[in-house]
Design a protein around this ligand. Structure first.
Ligand code: ARG
Ligand code: ZN
Length: 865
């Protein structure tokens, strides 16, 4: 069943042109396609098209109808035996969008028609060569009732609109750029429209259109502003200009992922479009900026140059995530973006590497492609691109990008083609670096050092090793860029002198299993920072003393290193407490954290990060096997100890941080973030005091960020007013699904013994629908990925609850089921009885008679089948 990267063959036929006519009808949409097909190379093989859940009406070649002997059909393919070298193929099928709850192909979202074709959804619309290396020019005619569907949209430019005799309207769109079918899109519905325009650097005018559900225009401005910023940024940083006269974005409520970069017609999860101060948090605004940027940047990295096959997904996704991360960094001008990006790698990507679904950023074997839209392909993929940026420098990286577009514009290419362009443009050897594309797993670098006082030299000895992963046992050394800094006891940076070559910014290339580097003119034994800016997605082992970590935490100029030092210190004692080796945090560490909290020089956004406790996920990834409850208890011990030390300081800071009115600039956002962190520490030290503050904050503020901060803390610490605040919120927002997602998430992670009975109540609410991915995810992941204590309840009831949801979702929406089952698939990480209870639930799911391919792959791998 699995497809292999090594089995890739170039297509035997290609399609140069497709004219689609789509007659919209909720339960019976007729799709007529007229394709110009051409044989590739010399062979006599039949034409084999992909197609699923289609009712075939007719097949004709060059105007001649085929009878049933002319073709054969299976559930997944249509085979036409006798075809010429170049011909016109005409196929008519019927489909049922209303019955399509998988949200892949053509479906209905709250009465509007929309599509999602990536990766392999186009085959649910018509028979086609559904692979990214077949690039065709698309013309699309949409026929429907214009009163019901005032907007009928597809890729490219609208070229015709006419009233048909039967009263229906036909709208024709033409996309001048050849594209793979995964970039096809169609939307039909009634929307409010926000329109704007952008003048490109060469002076062309682009019309920008944002379509939102009726009544939501007051939530569309930020997305539009972000789009214009993204267009300008790509011109400035990469010299890349938009290429059509119109750019459309449609926000829909039913959407599996974040958004989709269809040529000229992006379809977005409304979560990443709709926002105003009353209904959205600072984090929501950030999400919009990055996803709007991400989809826009795909126009070049993804659409103009696309993937040869789906194993190459990281070619466009890793690169585009890297681009959207840089965009956000430039927009906010803050170091904390990097910390937040690293936290995702450490808490989620490292877990994937250590789990049953481990795969390289370019996977080698796939059963269901939708299962590979992962944090590995996306976020580790972005780290791999970032490492090239680090090694080549900004200018070198830009030279590589220019060469990549010069060579490959209009083509479907591989990750190797990208690395080759970087290599050739800079005459820089990336042969060892390519290992990152072939090898799964998190490399571990161990470092020892030696200071020679006599010669005033300091030597670092490195060794690297990548542990075996579920998919591969043999690993080789890879190219690891380590950004290094040395500090003296006062925290002052020591200039680096070395005969060994460090590239710009003091980056050392570790290329072999072991290596060392010596620095001279080092006057005292230094404290090393070895992975500044998280210069590689690895685990780094060096035996720091507590004092060294405190030095880095207090003095390093690199925000990530400061944060990392505190995280390491706290993790060290959390584990010692969990293991029963100690019961308290040493006083000098408490003092160190307090010094940071009261340091007036530290920027608020960074301070908020520096005061974070390590996350449970991050901690879980530091060990082979976890006894979860002692770990959770140890976290509570540390939290309480720190909280009582920080109490006075946080209370004072909290008062000081209150802002007279709401602004959305970086400084105000930073203050809100630090003030939330202070409120958390206050709650851990003194619940009644926090309760009063939460009630006041909730009632006195007019913005969602602060109101949700109040609610989150009341919920986390189960404060006295928790229920009444939750009720108030429900009363106010119950008709707004997107806002109620926040409430559903809080219900999921309610830290209370009542949470089980409560989940059942919440599932019965009219605004909760398992068919809506945002609703399902908010509640289900809120519980199973954030509510550790109750998800891992001793009697296994948490696992059972999740398993029930997964069984329902299996038939409704396999993609969402496959994502939400993730916490159970990590069962091998946990000790008994948890491991056995989790495994038992997986075994039951595996027995489902209608088990989807998506779940079959993931559950099968996690059970070792
Ligand atoms: N290309 C889209 C993006 O990253 C994601 C589409 C994922 N779709 C899917 N069915 N897995 O912007
Ligand atoms: Zn993407």
């Amino acid at each position: 069943k699995a497809k292999l990267l090594s089995d890739y063959r170039s297509p035997e036929f290609t399609i140069d042109q497709i004219d689609l006519t789509i007659e919209l009808e909720p339960q019976a949409t007729r799709v007529t396609s007229v394709m110009q097909v051409r044989r590739q190379g010399r062979h006599n093989n039949p034409l084999v098209l992909e197609g699923e859940q289609l009712q075939l009406q007719s097949v004709a070649i060059d105007g001649r109808m085929l009878d049933a002997t002319g073709y054969s059909q299976t559930d997944t393919h249509l085979t036409i035996a006798e075809v010429g070298d170049a011909f016109e193929l005409n196929i008519v099928v019927m489909i049922n969008p209303q019955a399509n709850t998988s949200l892949e192909g053509l479906y209905l979202s709250d009465g509007a028609f929309c599509t999602q074709c990536e990766a392999e959804g186009f085959r649910k619309i018509t028979y086609y060569l559904d692979r990214p290396d077949v690039l065709a020019r698309f013309t699309t005619t949409i026929i429907g009732d214009a009163s019901q569907f005032p907007f009928m949209l597809s890729n490219g430019n609208q070229v015709a609109k006419q009233q048909l005799d039967d009263g229906r309207t036909a709208v024709t769109w033409q996309d001048p750029f050849p594209k793979p079918c995964y970039l096809f899109a169609l939307v039909a519905g009634d929307f409010d429209l926000l329109e704007d325009s952008f003048q490109t650097m060469s002076g062309r005018h682009v019309t920008l259109q944002l379509f939102v559900d009726k009544g939501n225009l007051d939530r569309a401005d930020y997305a539009m502003a972000s789009l214009k910023n993204a267009m300008a940024w790509d011109e400035q940083v990469y010299g890349l200009e938009y290429d059509l006269d119109i750019y459309m974005v449609v926000a829909v409520d039913f959407f599996n992922m974040g958004a989709m970069e269809n040529k000229g017609l992006n379809v977005f999860n409304s979560k990443y479009v709709l926002a105003n101060a009353r209904s959205a948090t600072d984090q929501d605004f950030n999400g919009i900026e990055s996803v709007i940027g991400h989809e826009y940047f795909h126009n070049w990295t993804g659409n103009r140059v696309t993937c040869r096959d789906w194993f190459q997904l990281s070619l466009k996704e890793g690169l585009t995530v890297f681009r959207d991360q840089c965009f956000s960094e430039d927009m906010t001008g803050s170091a904390v973006n990097r910390i937040d990006d690293v936290a995702i790698i450490r808490s989620h990507q490292f877990a994937e590497d250590a789990g049953p679904m481990a795969h390289p950023i370019r996977p080698q074997s796939v059963i269901e492609m939708n299962n590979f839209y992962t944090v590995t392909v996306y976020n580790k993929g972005a780290e791999v691109i970032r490492m090239m940026h680090t090694l080549l420098g900004a200018d070198g990286f830009r030279r590589g990008m220019d060469l990549y577009f010069e060579r490959h514009d209009g083509q479907a290419v591989t990750c190797d083609d990208f690395v080759q362009a970087m290599e050739d443009a800079n005459a820089f050897d990336l042969s060892r670096f390519r290992t990152w594309y072939q090898q799964a797993g998190t490399p571990e670098v161990s470092v020892t050092d030696h200071y020679n006082a006599e010669t005033q030299t300091y030597t670092l000895n490195f060794s690297q090793q990548t542990p075996a992963t579920a998919d591969q046992s043999d690993k080789t050394a890879t190219h690891i860029p380590l950004r290094i800094g040395l500090y003296d006891d006062t925290g002052a940076a020591i200039p680096l002198n070395t005969e060994a070559k460090l590239t710009d910014g003091n980056v050392y290339s570790l290329l072999t299993e072991s290596a060392s580097v010596t620095f001279d003119h080092v006057k005292t034994a230094p404290t090393p920072a070895l992975l500044k800016g998280f210069s590689a997605p690895i685990k780094l082992n060096y035996q720091y003393s507590d004092v060294q970590l405190l030095t880095l935490a207090q003095h390093c100029e690199d925000g990530f290193t400061r944060w990392d030092a505190i995280q390491s210190l706290l993790a060290r004692y959390i584990w010692q407490i969990a293991d029963g080796e100690t019961s308290t945090l040493p006083q000098n560490i408490i003092d160190g954290v307090l010094a940071i909290a009261s340091d007036g020089e530290i920027e608020a956004a960074l301070k908020a990060r520096l005061l974070q406790l390590p996350t449970v996920n991050g901690l879980v990834n530091q060990r082979q096997q976890i006894d979860i409850h002692p770990l959770l208890n140890a976290l509570d011990v540390i939290r309480e100890q720190l909280a009582s030390a920080l109490y006075d300081c946080c209370l004072a800071l909290y008062q000081q941080l209150q802002q007279p009115d709401y602004q959305l600039d970086a400084e105000s956002i930073a203050k809100r973030s630090l003030s939330a962190s202070c409120l958390g520490w206050i709650a851990a030290a003194n619940p009644p005091a926090a309760d009063q503050l939460c009630v006041a904050l909730y009632n006195n503020s007019d913005n969602m960020t602060e109101q949700l901060n109040a609610l989150t803390i009341a919920n986390r610490f189960d404060l006295a007013s928790r229920n009444s605040l939750m009720d108030q919120f429900e009363q106010r927002w119950q008709d707004d699904g997107l806002v109620m997602d926040k409430w559903l998430n809080l219900q999921g992670c309610w830290n209370s013994e009542q949470c089980f009975g409560n989940l059942a109540k919440v599932e019965g609410k009219p605004f909760f629908k398992l068919t809506n991915p945002n609703r399902a995810r908010s509640l289900i992941a809120g519980f199973s990925a954030m509510n550790y204590r109750y998800f891992h309840a001793q009697d296994g009831s948490g696992y059972q609850w999740l398993a029930e949801k997964i069984q329902n979702l299996n038939s409704i929406n396999p993609q969402i089921a496959a994502r939400l089952i993730n916490p159970l698939t990590q069962w091998r990480k946990f000790t008994a009885p948890q491991a056995d209870q989790m495994k038992a639930q997986l075994e039951q799911i595996y027995q489902l008679s209608d088990l989807s391919k998506d779940l079959q792959e993931i559950v099968g791998k996690s059970l070792g089948h």
